[in-house]
Ligand binder design. Structure first.
Ligand code: IPE
Ligand code: IPE
Ligand code: MG
Length: 251
């Protein structure tokens, strides 16, 4: 068993990660960008910009630790309720992120996927997304799922509609509808369920994220806002995860 020994600066605890028990899939609700900006008397958009820097660091660290799938909640189906300026800034930031990062992601073998309804996004955003997905689809490295215009309930409604339509056209036999089939109609069909869901910023709610998939996920919360979320916070989350007893309903 490989072990990582690390001094944690704040409480001087030693973190020993078990490299044989790294969560295969980590999902993160990237929250607290607005509060981070407010604390610094900056516009909220600066918080979102700072949050992109965190993505860079955390993706690299997750990959280094051996995580195979990382899902980042970037824009929910409810986030359209925000002022138009902020929504526009978030769209622009995604385009910028893809423009600046896709080549680097590709070089590092990252497979980029989007979870959510991209057809409802502005044309330029959709175009960038499709380019990035296409460029990285045959890579062999970590899978980066970006949940954008994603909502868990919306995902389930969409799945039901598609199943009904496939039953009607005779492609699916009603008797074959089971949990596995439903999973295959979700945006996450090519990823395993998340082992660990992380939410920074002090909020302890799911906010319509991966409702079906989180059935047996472990949850980890932190008071740190996403722009300040560090590699050592990720390690702490994994360390906690490794010290839990996942029973899946058994004894
Ligand atoms: C998360 O940060 C980013 C998105 C939801 C797009 P927030 O913008 O929700 O930040 P807070 O919760 O207001 O601090
Ligand atoms: C959840 O954060 C969505 C994303 C991080 C993209 P929100 O900030 O939108 O969630 P609520 O409104 O606090 O539940
Ligand atoms: Mg928030």
């Amino acid at each position: 068993m490989l072990k990582l020994f690390k001094k944690d600066k704040e409480n001087k605890e030693e973190i020993q990660l078990d490299f044989d028990n790294i969560p295969k899939h980590i999902a993160i609700i990237m929250d607290g960008n607005g509060r981070w900006a407010k604390q610094r008397k900056l516009p909220r958009s600066m918080g979102h910009k700072a949050g992109v820097e965190t993505i860079r660091r955390i993706l690299k660290e997750a990959d280094r630790l051996g995580v195979k799938y990382i899902t980042l909640y970037a824009f929910s189906t409810e986030n359209w309720k925000r002022p138009k300026d902020e929504v526009d800034a978030l769209m622009k930031l995604l385009v910028q992120y893809l423009t600046n990062e896709v080549e680097g992601l590709h070089q590092n073998g990252v497979i980029l996927r989007i979870l959510g309804d991209i057809n409802a996004l502005p044309g330029a955003v959709k175009e960038k997304i499709c380019e990035a997905i296409d460029l990285t689809k045959n890579n062999k490295g970590i899978v980066l799922n970006v949940a954008f215009n994603y909502g868990g309930r919306n995902e389930i409604v969409r799945a039901i509609k598609n199943i009904v339509s496939d039953v009607e056209s005779g492609n699916v036999n009603e008797e074959n509808i089971d949990e596995n089939l439903i999973s295959n109609y979700l945006y996450t069909k090519d990823s395993p369920d998340p082992d660990l869901i992380i939410r920074p910023s002090g909020e302890q709610r799911i906010s319509n994220f991966l409702l079906w998939q989180c059935a047996y996920s472990e949850f980890w919360y932190s008071n740190v806002n996403w722009p300040d979320f560090s590699e050592s916070d990720l390690q702490k989350a994994i360390y906690d995860y490794q010290n839990r007893d996942r029973r899946f309903g058994g004894v």
